[in-house]
Design a protein around this ligand. Sequence first.
Ligand code: NAP
Length: 313
Amino acid sequence: MEQIYDLIILGAGPAGLAAGLYGARAGLSTLILERGVEGGQAAQTDRVENYPGAMLEDETGYTLTARMMEQAQSFGAQRKMDEIRSLELEGEVKTLTGASGEYQARTVILATGASPRKLGCPGEETFTGQGVSYCATCDGAFFRGLEVYVVGGGDSAVEEALFLTRFARKVTIIHRRDQLRAVKSLQDKAFANEKMAFIWDSVVESLDGQDVLQSICLRNVKTNEITEIKADEADGMMGLFVFVGLDPNSGLLEGKLPLEKGYIKTDENMHTAIPGVFAAGDIRVKSLRQIITAAADGAIAAMEAERYLAGQE
Ligand code: NAP
């Protein structure tokens, strides 16, 4: 075993990066572990309009979170890419075992966030990457000049649909109710955008096509009527972006910590049921999942980790 860190943070979204900044700045030897793209979901967002101060002309979720990482590292936080496969959280020293190694620390902050929920309909898996996507920032440009459909009615669906109007000829939101859930400011923008259209009270039943997505079958939830939308022949394909909410990344934690619908229960100071183990950000049971609340959780969790290490609780 190379080193026992004061603090290991699992997940490098805004919660994990804020925890890294606060932990390292407080003088804790701090390691941030991440399995995929740093910045979490925020890094896949184009515009961030509601994080205080994020108003630079070219600011995106990616640039904002990249600066968060830089800032954490400037105080000495270390980073490592690894997929953690098991956790031993009880006891004074916690052990995290990944694909490339084993990591130990006296405190752990779980900031694993959440991932896009799938529709679960026939064809979804087959056409993922062939017309079906969960990330407009990553894949929007592939649909330049084409027709694109967006499933969902929340902030993500409407925000990403607006982003897709930069590339697509037309963007149609398919929503299972007759009212959007997104905040009013986003709704106003969507209703005012000439490239946007809406299909209400409808869910996706199945997806089809030859190699690429060419047909979407919808069911009207009020009438049960089935409608098939086909890709324009000249286009040869269409896009379907899915934003129907999030599922917590807590598979590793089942049976180890009390969960509520997969989210970790904490007190208001981010303490979990295990001493020395904290949770921060979207993985936590909470009412508002935003960059600002994730960052705030991270800061509190790191300060609580410091207090725990100092024997002050
Ligand atoms: P969300 O708020 O949970 O919305 C999910 C949407 O998908 C809802 O409209 C829901 O319909 C619909 N839906 C759920 N399951 C479905 C299914 N199986 N088939 C069809 N539709 C389905 O999720 P989100 O938009 O990803 O946002 C997640 C969190 O991040 C929220 O707290 C949100 O405020 C936050 N967020 C904030 C911003 C921002 O502030 N700029 C941007 C993005 C996300 P119903 O409405 O009928 O339930």
